[in-house]
Design a binder for this molecule. Sequence first.
Ligand code: G3H
Ligand code: ZN
Length: 276
Amino acid sequence: MLVTLKEMADQAADKHYAVPAFNIFGYEDILPVVQAAEAMKAPVILAANLVAVKHMPTPFLAPLMVQAAKQASVPVCVHLDHGKNLESCIEAIEHGFSSVMYDGSQLPLEENIRRTKEIADYAHKHGVSIEAEIGSVGYSDPSIQMKHMLSDPEEVEIFVRETGIDAVAISVGTVHRMEEQAASIDFDLLQRIQDRVSIPLVIHGSSGVPDDQLRKLTTYRVAKINIGTALRMAFGASLRAEIESKPKEFDRIALFQAPMQAVFETAKNKFSILGF
Ligand code: G3H
Ligand code: ZN
């Protein structure tokens, strides 16, 4: 069933579990991710970022995600990941997404608040949830020129109060696109942030978080854990192995079977680490 992020995240934060938000890039991720959620009887968030939407524009991608959500036996949120402006959020909302993230994390606080509030008001008018980021989760790849800055608890409190968002993404030690699970979460900072806000917390860049720290995150009011790279690595490594081991195979549907299974297994493993 299709649900909003607010419905899903409020419950997760209160009951101390965290829902994985998996980055999806097409049907080959959507299907195994939803199947993994169903196998684990767990809610899940399908997160389409701007790379996904550039490859498969929203009018094509949204119906796949929404249909998968509607026919699933578990709650599924259809979410825009790292929306960069009002227009990208409006497009997602018009095509049936139940949640959007606006990422103004590179902006000064006042400007981030102003733009986030405008998009939050629009989303709420349309019955859609909104997540936004304060502090900044950077990238492990130095060629991506984005600032990395831990969240300041006082700024998080102001940001949440002034914008009216439903969930807040914070920077407490992760960076995007780590290929090793080598991140180190600052749990003291996480606690100090949690003490100041009541809405659910979101952790980005969670492919890089070691399993024991992922488990520990669920004991806080962390309700959404974003995982992208781990699934892309699983799909890519399996596809490479398939192509190398079957040099005569040219049918992509045949070649996609093992990578889809790899996504299914990887997602299932993350669900079980998160306590499902
Ligand atoms: O917004 C998406 C995520 O933060 C995914 O990060 O690719 O490092 O797991 P990751
Ligand atoms: Zn992210």
